[in-house]
Unconditional design. Structure first.
Length: 263
């Protein structure tokens, strides 16, 4: 049975809206709780699952063992930060860079000391902020990220003179939806995308025409992927975190809420 839609209220600006979340089931609670607190009816459609890389993490452990003072470890997602922390401790003097405040927060919570968080939460933002190799310092960068990722980061770092080890810290694997879940997605008002992989997988599952019209994105890389599929991003988080994307949705909904509804 479809959830009963209520009238929006200032304290529950998302009331009356069904919002789809596509995060892996074990990671969905903070987003679901934030949306529910703002009044939304949450529709769970986990289209990806996070699993070990094909080598069981051996490549990541070997790469981390090569790091020395002055070298860099780059994590590009909260999942990567968690896998790095689980793989072992870092030598003193290794620099850690994190793309996005959400990734940085996860890294810090896992015990890593983060030295760099670029202003733009995409690979290009990191490249703009990243230093040139120091002739008297470290020359190695370990990229700990998903098994399938854009090549711009390792390519440009190598072009700048760094030795780069691009290692798979984890894999995003498909989690097929049931027919009931597909129908629930098509009947919803909005969707929150928290990564490019969630965009790709939801479109693969339901087709772009069935993606709900209100599209909220956690950041520019995710928005770019949505645009590649012909989706129009309604709101993009200013702070590229779970709390940030919920706040962006709330800000978008407040004028509608204040007027008492869409009509």
């Amino acid at each position: 049975m479809s959830p009963q839609r209520g009238r929006p209220h200032a304290s529950r600006p998302l009331a009356g809206l069904r919002i789809v979340i596509c995060r892996p089931r074990e990671q969905a609670k903070p987003l679901a709780d934030g949306l529910a607190a703002a009044g939304a009816a949450v529709v769970s459609a986990p289209v990806i699952a996070i699993t070990d890389p094909a080598d069981g993490g051996a490549g990541l452990r070997d790469a981390m063992a090569r790091l020395q003072a002055g070298d860099w470890l780059v994590v590009t997602s909260p999942n990567g930060a968690a896998r790095v922390a689980a793989a072992g401790s870092l030598p003193d003097g290794v620099n850690v860079a994190a793309i996005g405040p959400g990734t940085a927060n996860r890294a810090v919570a896992a015990g890593l000391t983060v030295r760099m968080v670029p202003d733009r939460s995409i690979a290009e933002g990191l490249l703009q902020a990243f230093p040139d190799p120091d002739p008297d310092g470290g020359r190695l960068v370990v990229l700990a990220r998903a098994a399938v990722a854009r090549s711009v980061l390792p390519d440009e770092l190598r072009a700048a003179g760094w030795e780069v080890l691009d290692v798979a810290a984890y894999r995003n694997v498909a989690a097929p939806l049931s027919d009931e879940q597909r129908q629930a997605v098509a009947a919803s008002d909005g969707v929150v995308f928290t990564s490019s992989s969630t965009v790709n997988r939801l479109v693969a599952e339901v087709g772009p025409a069935a993606v709900p019209p209100l599209v909220a994105s956690i950041g520019p890389a995710t928005s770019a992927t949505a645009a590649e599929h012909g989706l129009e991003v309604t709101v993009e988080a200013t702070e590229h975190t779970i709390d940030g994307v919920v706040a962006a949705l709330v800000r978008h909904a407040r004028p509608w809420s204040a007027s008492g509804g869409a009509g």
